[in-house]
Design a protein around this ligand. Structure first.
Ligand code: 2PG
Ligand code: MG
Length: 412
């Protein structure tokens, strides 16, 4: 059944940091409709698809008026008339236009086409990708935010937990919510609460990485769970943010690559850390390889900025033994098809797959559908607070229900 793209419109909407972003809406000749909104990162890799922002003084240069105009005047005419079910054909055109119209514009358009394709067949987006997923992705949930999401109050960006013992996603959320509350209670005992970081995790009112890790362990225990058995810790080091030609600068200390990875190895042996993302900077291939060789037997080394959802980079990094899992973000590559190729490259090389949202998000729930439809091992969308995060978690609850209740993906 073909159903051609009949109309494309776009508008400026707002993200969770109060910044403008682009929403694209696609309509088909049968009357089906799909929408997609581009998310935005704060700790972005230099090889990511470039966003088109207006520049100048308005909103710190972040406005997207030009992107909205181009979605209507350039993207619309070029994808109108194509079968909405041929995502690859649409995405090939979008990928070619990327440098001209921006990765934010192509991301929103590509997601809109995916949702319109589902609507055209009367099925949800996850079912467009896989009609019968075998599991639900395991949620990796932020408890304390740091790094670029908390004014660099800590060097490390994401202090997360990964529920191990629950077999259903609803139970996993319940346990994580208990841990979030428990960590909040410990923080309240220590002094005034200072709100949340960009992804809804507690503000990092901590003295450093180990203090944050101690807090997580205390919260897990206070929730009546056993650290490392019921609930593991996941870190996104986001090391690109504090990497330089001289090494890694943390507080008043500076580490060379070998010392930095040795320090992370020490933490991975002292705490129940199951996954560690971007332990080295985006250009530090030696650091990533060293992380896999040194700590890869205790924690899964995940590539984010290092891979930027690029199938070729994933292929090469797997060959080099520089990663053990790939983080997948559609807007790093600019299209659903580009990200699907990255997932396929990860799978072909026996890497785990983590589908991730960005720190600047909206009510768009595409990531829940992509993580389910691509059979991701883990899904990462920030904390268990704030509407732009719970929109995704709650959608995963609905998807699991629609699927009749699936087991969670095996823990790493
Ligand atoms: O680094 C990351 O993995 C993401 C999500 O936490 O952050 P950002 O969207 O700011 O790149
Ligand atoms: Mg990251």
């Amino acid at each position: 059944m073909t159903d051609t793209i009949a109309a494309v419109c776009a508008r400026r909407v707002w993200d969770s940091r109060g910044l403008p972003t682009i929403e694209v809406e696609v309509r088909t000749s049968s009357g089906a409709r799909g929408q997609g909104i581009a998310p935005a990162g704060a700790s972005t890799g230099r090889r990511e698809a470039r966003e088109l922002r207006d520049g100048g003084d308005r909103l710190g240069g972040c406005d997207v008026i030009r992107a909205v105009e181009l979605a209507i005047s350039v993207v619309g005419p070029r994808i109108t008339g194509i079968d909405v079910h041929d995502q690859e054909a649409v995405d090939a055109i979008l990928a070619r236009m990327g440098p001209e119209v921006g990765g934010n514009t192509t991301t929103a358009a590509s997601l809109a086409v995916l949702h319109a394709a589902g609507a055209s067949r009367g099925i949800p987006a996850w079912a467009v990708l896989d009609a019968a997923p075998r599991w639900m992705p395991r949620p990796q949930i932020q408890i304390i935010g740091g790094g670029a999401h908390a004014a660099h109050r800590t060097a490390v960006q994401d202090f997360m937990v990964l529920p191990l013992s629950p077999t259903r996603i609803a139970d996993a959320f319940f346990e994580v919510a208990e841990v979030y509350r428990a960590v909040g209670a410990v923080l309240a005992e220590r002094g005034p609460r200072r709100g949340v970081a960009d992804e809804g995790g507690h503000w990092p009112e901590v003295t450093g990485t180990e203090d944050a890790l101690d807090l997580l362990v205390a919260g897990i225990e206070r929730a009546g769970l056993v650290p490392g058995v019921d609930m593991a810790i996941s870190l996104d080091i986001a090391a690109t943010q504090f990497a330089s030609a001289d090494g890694y600068g943390v507080g008043d200390r500076s580490y060379d690559t070998a010392d930095w990875i040795a320090e992370l190895d020490r933490l991975c042996r002292a705490y129940p850390i199951s996954t560690i993302e971007d332990p080295a900077g985006e250009d530090d291939a030696r650091g990533m390889r060293r992380a896999v060789a040194t700590l890869g037997d205790t924690a899964v080394v995940v590539g984010d900025d290092y891979l930027v959802t690029d199938a070729d980079r994933i292929e090469a990094a797997a060959r080099d033994e520089a990663v053990q899992a790939a983080l997948i973000k559609v807007n790093q590559v600019g299209t659903v098809t580009g990200a699907a190729r990255a997932v396929a490259a990860a799978r072909a090389n026996d890497l785990s797959v983590i589908v991730s949202a960005r720190s600047g998000e909206t009510e768009d729930v595409s990531v829940a559908h992509l993580a389910t439809g691509w059979g991701a091992d883990i899904v990462k969308v920030g904390s268990i607070t704030r509407g732009e995060r719970t929109a995704k978690w709650n959608e995963l609850i609905r998807i699991d229900e629609a699927l009749g209740g699936l087991p969670l993906a095996p823990a790493p």
